[in-house]
Design a protein around this ligand. Structure first.
Ligand code: NAP
Ligand code: MG
Length: 402
């Protein structure tokens, strides 16, 4: 078979632990036999991040800015225990956080659904993608415990010398206070990333806040979204999709009664909470993809789960593991499809589609990894180890591509 050609390299970010093992298996079984892979490789494994004082993470983000499409393996975010485990020089920051900050990006999470795994919400027929704003609000707040009577004020001192002051509350006894902020620039980037992604997916996008109560703060989000949407309106109409704004409580009720098949843009806290609810209701973290989209249309694809440490320790002891590679495979297929679209390579797009279809063939025949066995209904599942599962996908992919 002639291998499929690429023109622009993918930015390839390798990672840690079990997902690093899967990364190589996926390349060997499902990519290298079919694609003449052009990639610019960055090793974001913790050892090399430590060796380069995390420069490799910065380099990989810059490469993503240059080429436009990256695929990333899960990586360890070090904590105290990892400091001693890996003998680290420093407690390096989360690579995802660093890359997200450099690309000014928004993360979109989408469940991979199959007919035999039923969502906990019976109305849901199609995936719901959550887009979470990743800056500010309560995540960058300032808090004070008022432990005696007194007056709390909100003060803004402008550089120009203007001053605005409001009384928040006159405390007669103890209480608590919280100050938070966001910036127009960040909200605007979030809005652009959301509308870009909706066009890309050809899916309607919802956004919700509580602007009836928080008239200025949440009202600002609503206004900026409306304003940014003006420049997308025509393209949305052409694509047959909509931008729908409602109140957050109304959105929650509508989501529950919906069939799915749309993108739900959430403020930072709403996204934190709702993404866990939606992903759990769809079934499994191992079946959730994630893509970081920058406001100027750069894409970084990954799995939503982590490095699956518990399985890795078993693997190191020589025990058989049945770790689910689906989300990581879909990170690759998403990146190939996007590269194919940008470079006008129909064969590469077809490969990405067939790779995903081969995964669905395998799952629908009941060949699965252990994590899915108890979730499936209507088919009798057979649990395979990771290697045999990938081999089963390969057989089906070969059939589809020949
Ligand atoms: P995790 O790696 O997602 O694993 C949590 C548990 O979920 C696993 O122990 C496993 O359950 C199940 N699971 C997740 N993915 C699976 C898969 N593909 N196949 C089968 N089961 C799967 O989260 P964690 O244990 O909290 O974090 C481990 C490391 O990953 C940490 O160092 C963290 O910093 C890092 N992390 C990285 C990213 C990222 O790079 N995007 C995201 C999250 C976490 P059972 O053990 O019950 O089988
Ligand atoms: Mg959370």
């Amino acid at each position: 078979m002639k291998k499929i050609q690429m023109t622009t390299p993918l930015v390839e970010m390798d990672g840690d632990e079990m997902t690093r093992i899967l990364w190589k298996m996926i390349k060997d079984e499902l990519i290298l036999p079919f694609v003449d892979l052009k990639s610019e490789y960055y090793d974001l494994g913790l050892e090399y991040r430590d060796k380069t004082e995390d420069q490799v993470t910065i380099d990989s983000a810059n490469a993503t800015k240059k080429y436009g499409v990256a695929v990333k393996c899960a990586t360890i975010t070090p904590n105290l225990q990892r400091m001693s485990e890996y003998n680290l020089h420093q407690m390096w920051k989360s690579p995802n956080g660093t890359i997200r900050a450099m690309l000014d990006g928004t993360v979109f999470r989408t469940p991979i659904t199959i007919p035999s795994i039923h969502p906990a919400v019976k109305f849901w027929k199609k995936p719901i993608t959550i887009a979470r704003h990743a800056y500010g609000d309560v995540y960058r707040d300032v808090e004070i415990v008022a432990d005696q009577p007194g007056v709390a004020k909100l003060v803004f001192e402008a550089e120009s010398g203007d001053r605005e002051e409001r009384v928040i509350h006159r405390f007669k006894g103890p209480g608590v206070l919280q100050g938070m902020h966001n910036t127009d620039a960040s909200i605007r980037s979030f809005a652009h990333a959301c509308f870009q992604f909706a066009l890309d997916r050809k899916e309607t996008i919802w956004f919700a806040t509580k602007d009836t109560i928080s008239k200025k703060y949440d009202g600002r989000f609503k206004t900026i979204f409306e304003d940014v949407f003006e420049s997308y309106k025509e393209r949305f109409e052409a694509a047959g999709i909509e931008y729908f704004y409602t109140l957050i409580d109304d959105a929650v009720a509508r989501v529950m009664r919906s069939e799915g098949g749309f993108i739900w843009a959430c403020k930072n806290y709403d996204g934190d909470v709702m993404s866990d609810m939606v992903s759990t209701a769809f079934g499994s973290l191992a079946m959730m993809t994630s893509v970081l989209v920058s406001p100027d249309g750069k894409y970084e694809y990954e799995a939503a789960h982590g490095t699956v440490t518990r399985h890795y320790y078993k693997y190191l002891k020589g025990e058989e593991t049945s770790t689910n590679p689906i989300a990581t495979i879909f990170a690759w297929s998403g990146a190939f499809r996007k590269r194919g679209e940008l470079d006008n390579l129909p064969e590469l797009i077809n490969y990405a589609n067939q790779l995903e279809a081969a995964c669905f063939d395998t799952l629908n025949e009941g060949l699965v990894t252990k994590d899915l066995v108890n979730l499936m209904e209507g088919v009798t599942p057979t649990a395979l180890n990771s290697q045999d599962f990938l081999k089963a996908i390969r057989v089906r992919l070969e059939k589809r591509l020949s």
